[in-house]
Design a binder for this molecule. Structure first.
Ligand code: SAM
Length: 219
């Protein structure tokens, strides 16, 4: 595998075209679009596959996992309504691309990945090559990360069978959870707004296809 961290006019142009595609597909949040236009997605691709980096597709990153489709990243991020300084728990670090987008919006990110090889790779690339310094953890994120709770926002980037109660407990009042829920084939994007200590407003949105969330409160 050969990675090169060069970002020149060719990649910048490709990112601009990707942003235009996302606008056509209905992404409206200007800050989210700015972040997509800024983060060099090709840094997560082997040199051989650079020409795939700015297509609106998910792509294998090893260990049977994928870097999410840019549209999916933009869609989930838009639903989180990130404000500068938000404390965000991300479950499923993967490549770290979504992490960078959240940090570009000013969030402080606590991110968990269960695959050790991905965790090690991303823990190196984000701070060393891109200047993003989230809090990295390796382990089962389906139980959240209680020792740093509560969070303003929680995002799950793998498909869950149900909304884990434990994640709702780790949200602040007024906080938002975004999680794909369904079977192993397809999932509906679900947002849950915590309106009181034990009160939640749940909205079920569009259909997606994620790799499974594997763990104690998952598959
Ligand atoms: N947003 C990421 C990206 O763009 O690279 C998405 C990565 S992928 C779609 C989902 C990730 O969730 C995979 O890397 C997978 O290993 C991880 N995952 C699955 N179950 C998990 C769990 N219980 N805890 C932490 N990570 C988990």
């Amino acid at each position: 595998m050969a990675y090169h961290y060069i970002d020149n006019y060719r990649e910048k142009g490709a990112r601009k075209r990707l942003v235009d595609i996302l606008i056509k597909k209905g992404i409206e949040d200007k800050e989210v679009l700015r972040a997509i236009g800024k983060v060099p997605r090709h840094y997560f691709f082997d040199e051989t596959f650079w020409n795939q980096a700015y297509r609106d597709i998910a792509f294998p990153i090893g260990e049977g996992q994928t870097i999410s489709q840019p549209y999916t990243v933009a869609y989930q991020t838009q639903l989180l309504h990130i404000r500068k300084g938000d404390k965000v728990l991300e479950i499923g670090t993967g490549s770290g691309y979504q992490t960078c987008i959240l940090m570009e919006l000013g969030a402080t990110v606590y991110t968990i990945e269960r695959q050790e090889k991905l965790y090690e790779r991303t823990r190196f690339i984000l701070p060393e090559k891109m200047g993003y310094k989230p809090h990295f953890f390796c382990g089962d994120g389906s139980v959240g990360k209680a020792d740093y709770a509560p969070y303003d926002k929680i995002i799950v980037t793998a498909g869950a069978p149900t909304v884990p109660d434990v994640l709702l407990k780790q949200l602040k009042i007024g906080g938002i959870l975004v999680i794909p829920v369904g079977d192993e084939e397809t999932q509906k994007m679900v947002t849950v707004l915590k309106v009181g200590e034990h009160d939640y407003e749940k909205i079920v949105l569009d259909t997606f296809r994620f790799v499974p969330l594997v763990g104690d409160k998952a598959w």
